[in-house]
Structure formats: structure tokens, C-alpha cells
Design a protein around this ligand. Sequence first.
Ligand SMILES: Cc1cc2nc3c(=O)[nH]c(=O)nc-3n(C[C@H](O)[C@H](O)[C@H](O)COP(=O)(O)OP(=O)(O)OC[C@H]3O[C@@H](n4cnc5c(N)ncnc54)[C@H](O)[C@@H]3O)c2cc1C
Length: 454
Amino acid sequence: MEAEQNGNARLDPAHGREDRLRKQKLDRTSVLDSAPRNSMRTENGRNDLSKLRVAVVGGGTGGLTLAVALRRHGIVAEVFERTAVLAEVGAAISLTANSVRLLARLGLGDELERVSVEPTEVIYRDWRTGERIAARPIGAQYRVRFGAGFLCMRRAALQQILSRAVGGEHLHLGRGVRHLVESPDGIRVEFTDGRHHDADLVVGADGLHSVVRGSITDEAGPRYSGVSGFRGLVPMSAVPDLPDPHALQAWMGPGKSVLHYPTRGMVNYLAVVDGPGDWPAQGGTLPAAPGELAEHFAGWSAGLLQLLTATEQGDRWALFTQPPLSTWARGRAVLIGDAAHTMLPYHGQGANQTIEDAIVLADALADTPPGEYAVAIERYQHARRARADLIQRSSLDKPSILHLPDGPAATTRNTALREADDHLVWIHDYDAQRPDRGRGIQIDESRDQVFHLV
Ligand SMILES: Cc1cc2nc3c(=O)[nH]c(=O)nc-3n(C[C@H](O)[C@H](O)[C@H](O)COP(=O)(O)OP(=O)(O)OC[C@H]3O[C@@H](n4cnc5c(N)ncnc54)[C@H](O)[C@@H]3O)c2cc1C
């Protein structure tokens, strides 16, 4: 109650509100969902997972992947997405072996391959000369090494594949969640339009500015990281002077960097600049003055500038980060993805870690009797938090490493990059469903952070 008065969507453990809620006229969805619950055991005493009512808040990468994974286990989840159409936030996405192998096990491998391209290499370049500082092959060698591809695709293509697999009847668009109310019997999801939906468990897959997170913890949410970026999607034909346009590349220079990778016929880039010190806007974007991007990168290699100036300059985006939370769950509500661990995009792992979360949570729920969701959540947190925290912290160091001024520190970094032969392993080799295999999590933290660059 108190939190509600503060305008903060807090988990209200029922008490006084319960009576009022019982009296509320139930909407059509809730009438169906509020029918008396049957036992979650079948006649032969086995768990009947089909009776577990899971509500997923957010129809982005995490929410959709979770719904597909639950469905494969016989658990039907209802996904509630705020937007009326699935929006393409950011033009493209790169999925690495650690998530591609999980999606392939859901039966989505062939579809993903059809809409993707594989970068030829990962290349680090000098900002001014364009010199190749270090490079690692991707393609066939990567597949052999990691057992799955490194796939770059349009975000819309990924969303379509996932939403098709969820099934339209379980994806409810235009349903913004405002508030959660927990009672001993379940948890109620209240929508901004006044309707509600009852469930046994709510999964907050509602991204950076998660409402569900505010229901779980008072800890600080994401904050502006001190770096901001410009994004663009450029036809490959418009950048004849960009070297190796089919590679994933990181251009490193004083106070700035550019990451880019190919999608079908296009190059997707993120140009990152230090600052501004404070983010002056409420939202995540600011209109940029004409020519601002080109000004920031004046003096950089001509081939790269061709990429940055090939299309109309877009807004300037704040890049957010989240101090690791001490918990991702409370009662019947649990977080996955950006809602739990917003991270800077330097490892290209935000969506990949989100997919790992979704698969591990689905497995934990399927392996646990439905009434014992708390055990499943505990298992999920135990399996996921250390890894996500580590990648989150490691991403935070990246701007300072990529943005070094020319001089001895940059030279040391470049030497380390050339000599590191296994810097992709700790993230890409990890199998979230078989964490004891592979070398993913057993990294030596004493080694220079430069090994964790991509
Ligand atoms: C510039 C940039 C580039 C990136 N590139 C990559 C990359 O190449 N590879 C990679 O792995 N990651 C990348 N990421 C990160 C990646 O985009 C995110 O980590 C990932 O999308 C998180 O998935 P999610 O499901 O948690 O959240 P989202 O995908 O953000 O989905 C959240 C969904 O919840 C909905 N929602 C929010 N609030 C509510 C509400 N109250 N009620 C109902 N619905 C709600 C939103 O509309 C949205 O659809 C990048 C990020 C940035 C900023």
C-alpha cells in the first residue's frame, strides 16, 4: 500500500488489498484464470506442468525465448507485451555460440541460420591508420571450436522466429503491466488499462526500465554509464572503402570506439563516445545536432568515416549499466535478462545472457514440482547470477580499455590482444544447460581484462 502511494510498483503481499481484489470485477482473461485450481498432480501422482500458470511480462528476446522453452516442457506461458506491435529496438543483433546452441536445442537452429550471416573474423583496428591490430577467424573454425555458429541478424527476424514459436494466442500485445499483487494463492498482474491476470508465477522480462524489478527490490536500477552512442544500419554497397565489411570489427581510439558487424547485405554499427558526464534527458535518447557524429570522429580512418556518414545520422543513445542486484526474485516474481542485469554492449552479450537466463529458468521450473516454484527460482539464481555478474562487470571496463589514448597503455593493450588466443572462450564456450562442461566460467580473473574484450 505504502509503495503504491509512492507511485512505485511494489509487490504488495496481499493482506488488506486481498479483500478488495476479490471483490473486483474480473475481466475475461481473469475469469478463465481465476477458476479454482486443480491439483498440480496427475492421476498417477506425477507433476502436471500444464497446470502451472506462468505470466511473462515483456515480449522481447527474453520473454519470447522463455515462453518457447517452457512450451517445449509442456508449460504454457502467457506473454504480456506493452507495445501494440513487436517493436524493433536496435536494428540488428549478434548471437554467439553460447546462446545459438540453446536456441538450436529448442528446434530454432535452421530458421536462425536462414536469416543470419556469420562474420568472417573478429578484427581490432587502430582508429587513425585502420591497421589490423589483432584478428581471430570466425566462420567454420568458430563452429568447430564452439559447436555452434556466430550469427548476426536483423532484430525483427529474431523476434519473428521467436514469436511464431510462442504462438499468437499466448502473446498479448498492448498489455502494459503496472503493478503486481501477491497472495498466498498466486500473483495478480495488473495492467495499465485496469485489467488483470492471475498466475502462479510472474517472470519480469521487461528490460532496462523493468516494472517487475521495482516490485522485487529497492536496490538502484540501471544508471547512465558515462558513455553514449550512435547506431546505424548501412547498405554494404554504400561502404566500398570500409575494410573487411563482412567481419565483426572493433575500432579503438582515444575516448571513442566503433563496433560493427554484417547482417544480410548491411553493416550494423554502434559508435561510442565518452560522455556527456551527465545524461541531460529523462529518456534514453537525445536528438543530435546535424553533423555531430562526423565531428566526434574527425581524423578517424576514411574507410570508417564512410560507414558513419553513409546514412542519415540518428539520435544519440545513452548506454546504461546496472550495479549487480543482490537478488533477482521475491516471492512469486523473478527477473530475467536486462531487467536483472542490464550491461554495456561491449561483449555483445545482453541478449545472449538473456537467452541463457530464459533456458535455465525454464529447465528449473520443469524439473521442480509446480508448487515448489521457490526451489526452481533458487536453482535458477544459483546457476545464473555469478556468470551474468561477471560479464556485466567485465563489460563495464571495456570503454576504458577500448578508448585508451595513443601511448604506452594502448601499446600494451594491442600486444595483449595479438597474443591472446582464447579470449572468446570464457563466454562463448559456456553451455548454460551443462555448466560443468566447457571452460566458460572457469576464467582466471587475475589475467588482464583485455582478454575479455569481445
Ligand atoms: C546499442 C546496443 C546494441 C546491442 N547489441 C547486442 C548484440 O549484438 N548482442 C546481444 O546479445 N545483445 C545486444 N544488446 C543488448 C540486448 O539488446 C538486450 O540485452 C536484450 O534485448 C535484453 O532482452 P530482454 O528481453 O531482457 O529485454 P528487451 O529485449 O528490451 O525486451 C523487453 C520487453 O519488455 C517490454 N516491456 C517493458 N516494460 C513493460 C511493461 N511494463 N509491461 C509489458 N511489457 C513491457 C518492452 O516493450 C520490450 O518489448 C545491445 C544493446 C544495445 C543498447
